[in-house]
Design a protein around this ligand. Structure first.
Ligand code: VG1
Ligand code: CO
Length: 544
């Protein structure tokens, strides 16, 4: 089979965002669009030729079709082998695990994460480097630059392969190995956590839990690990069958989109533990009876308790959190005498710190938590960590959280999102606030005195690379913060995220409901950025 050269043209806007290239399926369907991006990956990654690649996705609409296209192109570009998850399925953390375990030259992950799926919804693609992590900005910029120069791509004339049958087949000179998408990942989890103690918890019969896979990719992983290996009751995993449109749902595990699950944790008969993951399996939401654990608190609590978990019993080297994530983890790091790094939003910024052994745990406020076991955030990992913790401490979730606050203080936290805004208005709003920043320190916003205000920029401590424009950060007296940032994953207009944090050192004094506790700060943030006058929005679309 000879490679065919097909003429194409560059497309506008193929610059990867926070987490790869995300667009509507309709955009990806334009002739040559997906091919253009994939050819740019092959052209900029010289070691792929003759190398091995991992390929899989979250199972959403267009996943299988894209895999067939990419396989033909991989063969025509001289790859020796591609490992594909059976049925085209690989959760994002599982893909990272497989890339690392088999020392491949990288992987292509097909996902638009928590964005809805279907013919009228979203699709996405990203390249992960041999460390198993999302490509750093130097790599994504090189790929982007190449997408603008291409005038042709290489492919083979060949029929679609059967993605459902395990085993190896040839495509031209290239081997395609259809692998079990779950086994390697499940083995890794078993090596980190005390499955025996967790099994005892389930065997006791007194521990009621549900995991909501939201008809996204984690269903098969959760069933294998929770039900088959740990012995949770069949049916513990809800919505466990991956569907191309996620059952028309929004596979985003948060209070707004996993309402059914949240309701199951309420009241005396409520579940003891509930959790959910997103479209591609890298996010997690943690709930206890009448208790929601904010992702920022979750990171801090995992860090403070890591020594109780077999995989981390020797302690942790350091922690990192994305800039808008609350500073709860900083307090734990301080107590442990380790560093807490503050990085820009997006998992790619954790890669160097993890590779260098400077951090063991990392997380984002956006329901992302992970460790050095892979180079992606990992939804099920966080869920297993929590179950292991509950088994070790023999306490309910709410008690663990409360004790944490009593020991470290409480970082009240909320994020307000204004979605599908006019891009111009959103950009103007950001420009307006950016111009205010230099004048803010020392002045008062409502009752809060401003300590610092800047446009967050990050210098990677390992390779010295610099990333600017990562969000407008206003630090207030007493550890409160307001942050404004535009999303880099949306596919429609602009999304403004307003991140709010306020610190209560003596958590025994109050136990307020978050939105009520943060009301004054919320109003200050709206007013400062003139959100209503500039955008016409009186309320955010999503509050998490
Ligand atoms: C969002 C989150 C960010 C996360 C990214 C990818 O990005 O805020 O923390 O890393 O999604 O998550 P943005 O630019 O829209 O704020 V996922 O689950 O797509 O891989
Ligand atoms: Co995701």
């Amino acid at each position: 089979m000879d490679a065919k050269i097909i003429a194409t043209r560059p497309f506008d806007g193929q610059r990867p965002g926070t987490s790869g290239l995300r667009k509507k399926v309709k955009v990806f369907r334009q002739p040559g669009y997906l091919e253009n991006f994939v050819q740019a990956i092959f052209d900029t990654r010289a070691d792929l030729k003759g190398g091995v690649l991992v390929l899989g996705g979250d199972g959403r609409y267009y996943n299988r079709h894209a895999i067939q296209i990419i396989l033909r192109m991989a063969a025509a570009n001289g790859m020796s082998k591609v490992l594909v998850g059976q049925g085209g399925i690989l959760s994002t953390p599982a893909a990272s695990c497989v890339i690392r375990k088999y020392r491949t030259q990288g992987g292509i992950i097909l996902s638009a994460s928590h964005n809805p799926g279907g013919p009228d919804a979203d699709f996405g693609i990203k390249f992960n480097t041999p460390n198993g992590g999302p490509a750093p900005e130097t790599v994504t910029e090189a790929i982007y630059a190449r997408t603008g120069e291409l005038d042709s791509y290489r492919t083979l004339e060949a029929a679609d392969l059967d993605l459902d049958r395990l085993g190896e087949v040839k495509l031209g000179a290239m081997t395609v190995a259809i692998i079990d998408p779950v086994a390697d990942y499940a083995d890794l989890m078993e090596s980190l956590f005390d499955f025996t103690a967790m099994r005892r918890l389930f065997d006791s019969g007194a521990f009621k839990m549900r995991f909501d896979a939201m008809h996204a990719v984690t269903g098969p992983y959760a069933i294998e690990i929770l039900e088959n290996r740990i012995g949770a009751m069949p049916g513990t995993v809800m919505n466990g069958k991956p569907l191309e449109d996620f059952g028309k749902g929004h596979p985003d595990p948060n209070l707004a989109h996993a309402k059914e699950l949240v309701a199951m944790t309420k009241g005396a008969d409520g579940l003891d533990f509930a959790a959910a993951s997103d479209g591609d399996g890298d996010r997690n939401m943690i709930l206890g009876k009448d208790c929601f654990v904010t992702p920022s608190d979750s990171l801090a609590i995992l860090a403070a308790n890591a020594h109780l978990i077999p995989g981390y019993q020797d302690g942790i080297a350091g922690i990192a959190r994305s800039m808008p994530t609350s500073q709860a983890a900083d307090r734990v790091a301080e107590a442990l005498g380790i560093t807490c790094f503050e990085t820009p939003t997006g998992w790619k910024f954790f890669g160097n710190l993890l590779d260098a052994g400077r951090i063991t745990l990392c997380g984002e406020e956006s329901f992302g938590t992970g460790s050095d076991h892979v180079r992606e955030k990992d939804g099920l990992w966080a869920v297993l960590f929590w179950i292991n913790l509950l088994a070790a401490r023999k306490q309910p979730v709410a008690r663990i959280v409360r004790e944490h606050w009593h020991g470290f203080g409480r970082n009240y936290y909320t994020r307000h999102d204004y979605e599908a805004m006019d891009a111009q208005a959103a950009g103007d709003l950001m420009d307006y606030v950016r111009r205010l920043l230099p004048g803010l320190p020392g002045t008062k916003l409502g009752d809060y005195r401003v300590e610092y205000a800047d446009d967050f920029a990050y210098t990677d401590p390992i390779d010295g690379s610099r990333s600017g424009g990562q969000g407008l950060r206003i630090g207030l007296e007493g550890g409160s913060r307001i942050i404004y940032r535009l999303s880099g994953t949306g596919t429609q207009g602009a999304t403004l995220r307003v991140y709010l944090e306020s610190f209560e050192p003596d958590a025994t004094r109050h136990n307020w409901e978050t939105q009520a506790a943060m009301r004054p700060l919320i109003l200050v943030a709206r007013e400062l950025a003139q959100i209503e006058t500039r955008t016409g929005r009186t309320q955010p679309d999503v509050i998490t």
